[in-house]
Design a protein around this ligand. Structure first.
Ligand SMILES: Cc1cc2nc3c(=O)[nH]c(=O)nc-3n(C[C@H](O)[C@H](O)[C@H](O)COP(=O)(O)OP(=O)(O)OC[C@H]3O[C@@H](n4cnc5c(N)ncnc54)[C@H](O)[C@@H]3O)c2cc1C
Length: 487
């Protein structure tokens, strides 16, 4: 029996910010568009559905001053100086291996920084409102705008427009592979719907906007290693992102980009089921592993810059779990509850020994850790919880660089802390039109990528840029794909 087949100008895979921006843009340009979404309608929207969706912008018209430097500085590996030199010329003159190389491409970063503000303006034209909204981190290091209503509002506002114009959205439909013509152009996708029924969606262009591999244990283990077993997606949307978009493009020769063995990590309370149950109060206490020992400086700087490196270290501790230990002086931190998003109350006790007992970690070890830490806290100096106060321990390894105050006022409280996966870094290499490049640096005709499928991050995440990346690359992909002429 012939496989059911549908034809459009542009086939968009994914219903998050990247997919919605791509689909609506292509539709507004006059192309016939469809969207494939693996989730059921009530759970549509991937990671975007669950995010507050902060954008690294200092005003509605300007990105944060450090955006380009942050992305560029976190280069993958140690680039050859000669290669860095050749990047001063336009990428059209670069050798193919350089165009295909996995590194933060300066042209792409500049385009991203340039196009983010007009993308935000376009979203406002679609009815969204952006503002400097409160965040769950007490000390911040860069400005952040967010849409009122978060990522869910982005998804719902844009899909409402698509639905109003009868743009077809195929729910519970999972893309599995790309279809190419004899010239190597991508002309559609193979997909399955419910009961594993195969379907085909053909088009002049395919836009892959179907997220990273945070929901795929096989790819997580393959790229990140055995510690991946202790990492779960930060919210339910991540379970839908199983890396097919990346894999199906790699299968036809696309160039990989972004650091495959890494992901945006955020500390969470593993006992909680609510989305993003982050507990960001550890800079005001200490972190101990399951043996009751400190293993890292809990507060080297503003928490929005330091929580991710701390997570990476935590992954190497036994079972990937730590405990945040605070005393009752946590109450001196104004609005400290804002930094606790777990609905599960902390474990409390009137002594450190009793707390250790409740946590199931060795009491003697925890007591010794706290005694040594308390002795190393400065006797003078002003505690300033809302700024980096330099109140550091003396003579302690590892040192605690800020907000170091003795843990001596009961009741003591503790939260378990594990590492969650916000999204993975490995993706595809694209050019400034969001066209996917092959491993020789050539455009794969008809194939575009947007959002988490585009690999731009290395070493650490440049905070509050992933929704921006989804929207910006989605817009660009939608615009270019709509203009593709039929072969
Ligand atoms: C709790 C939380 C907080 C966050 N906070 C921020 C923040 O403040 N700022 C920021 O910039 N980023 C933040 N992020 C990250 C950011 O939200 C995501 O990286 C971004 O929204 C991803 O957009 P996307 O469109 O690429 O992917 P997604 O929004 O994940 O959408 C992918 C879509 O593809 C679908 N899909 C997957 N595979 C297939 C397939 N094979 N076939 C068909 N459909 C498929 C999924 O169901 C989903 O609809 C946060 C994420 C979470 C979860």
């Amino acid at each position: 029996m012939a496989v059911e087949s549908h034809r459009f100008d542009v086939v968009v895979v994914g219903h998050g910010v990247a997919g919605m921006c791509a689909a609506l843009t292509a539709h507004q340009q006059g192309a016939s568009v469809c969207v494939l979404e693996r989730a059921p309608k009530e759970d549509r929207g991937g990671n975007t559905r669950w995010t507050e969706a902060f954008w690294r912008m200092k005003s509605h018209e300007e990105v944060a001053d450090d955006l380009e430097d942050q992305l560029a500085e976190r280069t993958g590996g140690y680039l050859e100086p000669e290669l860095v030199h050749s990047m001063n010329r336009s990428s059209e003159t670069w050798p193919g291996y350089l165009r295909a190389m996995s590194f933060p491409d300066p042209e792409l970063i500049s385009m991203f920084a340039e196009q983010a503000p007009p993308t935000l303006a376009w979203l406002e034209d679609q009815g969204l409102r952006f503002d400097f909204l409160p965040i769950h981190q007490i000390v911040q290091s860069f400005p952040k705008l967010a849409p009122v209503g978060g990522g869910l509002q982005i998804v719902e506002s844009l899909v409402e427009k698509l639905e109003a114009d009868d743009v077809p959205i195929y729910y519970r439909t999972t893309a599995r592979g790309l279809i190419q013509d004899g010239d190597g152009a991508v002309i559609g996708v193979d997909a399955v719907e419910r009961r594993n029924k195969p379907m085909q969606f053909r088009g002049r262009a395919v836009i892959l906007a179907c997220g990273g591999y945070e929901g795929n244990p096989e790819m997580m283990t393959h790229y990140i290693g055995r510690n991946a077993v202790n990492v779960r997606p930060v919210a339910r949307g991540g379970y839908y992102n199983k890396g097919e978009g990346i894999r199906m493009a790699l299968d036809i020769g696309a160039a990989p980009a972004g650091e495959y063995g890494n992901f945006h990590a955020e500390p969470i309370d593993p006992r909680a089921s609510d989305p993003e149950p982050a507990v960001m109060v550890f800079p005001y206490g200490i972190l101990v592993n399951k043996h009751g020992q400190r293993f890292i400086d809990e507060s080297p700087g503003p928490v929005d810059r330091t929580y991710e490196p701390i997570c990476y270290r935590l992954l190497n501790e036994d079972d990937g779990i730590a405990y945040i230990i605070c005393d009752n002086k946590l109450k001196d931190v104004p609005n400290y509850q804002r930094a606790i998003r777990s609905e599960v109350p902390p474990i409390t006790a009137d002594s450190i020994g009793a707390l250790a007992n409740e946590l199931g970690i060795p009491g003697d070890a925890l007591q010794e850790t706290v005694t040594l830490y308390n002795a190393a806290c400065p006797a003078d100096g002003e505690f300033k919880p809302e700024e980096v106060d330099g109140l550091a321990t003396r003579g302690l390894q590892p040192r605690k660089s800020n907000w170091a105050r003795a843990l001596d006022r009961p009741p003591f409280r503790a939260w378990p802390m594990t590492v969650s996966n916000v999204f993975t870094f490995g993706g595809l290499k694209v050019n400034t039109k969001a066209q996917v490049l092959n491993s020789d640096g050539e455009v794969i005709p008809g194939l575009y990528a947007a959002g988490e499928v585009v690999g731009i991050y290395y070493r650490y995440y440049t905070g509050a840029t992933s929704v921006m990346r989804g929207a910006t690359f989605g817009r660009i992909a939608g615009r270019d794909a709509a203009q593709l002429q039929a072969p």
